[in-house]
Design a binder for this molecule. Structure first.
Ligand SMILES: [Zn+2]
Length: 197
């Protein structure tokens, strides 16, 4: 038993393989020596908005593009073992992470696990029962203001003891209406390298 989506993905992969060419020869370390931490939002395609080809750069994605412990783990590996020298933190306008709080998420999950709906103001479960209290024990890393979240995340990475001082960290907000990366000057300032490379 397979789903339509499952079949579509495998068919698309077949076409990709047919045109794969010499990409099998690419080196493991990213050729352009940089990394992007960004949101998983389906409208964002870092390969397109930042001009990446296979083998160029590391892209680390999670809900919000937040500098969580796991995102930082990846960035440290990216530099220490794979040689990236500049990092971008890219959040975006109209992010879903602005639309709920930890309490709201925990409350929804406590009630029911199926996909909730949003009416522009609040979230509601389609049915009730069968929930789980686990959501109360997770920090969801929601976002109040994009400019603040980018600054916070750049600062958190900058201050991490395992992140060398010579890596510049740039802060940006991607505009989902235009595709443009707009710099958060305060964040880039906070993320500047403080020792020569
Ligand atoms: Zn987002």
């Amino acid at each position: 038993m397979t789903s339509k989506i499952h079949e579509e993905v495998l068919a698309a992969n077949g076409k990709y393989v047919a045109g794969f060419g010499d990409k099998g020869q690419l080196a493991l370390p990213p050729a352009r020596r940089f990394a992007i931490l960004t949101c998983m939002d389906a409208r964002l395609d870092p390969a397109k908005y930042a001009g990446l080809s296979e083998g160029d750069a590391h892209v680390i994605r999670n809900a919000g593009g937040r500098a969580t412990d796991d995102a930082i783990r990846s960035l440290i590996i990216s530099h220490k073992l794979l040689g990236t020298l500049e990092w971008f933190v890219v959040h975006h306008t109209n992010c879903g992470m602005e639309l709920f709080s930890d309490d709201v998420m925990a409350g929804l999950l406590d009630d029911n696990l199926a996909t909730a709906s949003f009416d522009g103001k609040q979230w509601a479960n389609p049915q009730h029962g069968g929930g789980c209290t686990g959501g109360h024990f997770i920090k969801w890393h929601t976002i109040g203001s994009q400019a603040e979240s980018v600054l916070q995340d750049v600062q958190r990475i900058r201050e991490h003891p395992l992140v060398p001082r010579n890596i510049p960290i740039y802060g940006y907000i991607y505009d989902v209406k235009t595709g443009r990366l707009n710099e958060v000057a305060k964040a880039t300032q906070a993320g500047r390298a403080t020792s020569p490379s």
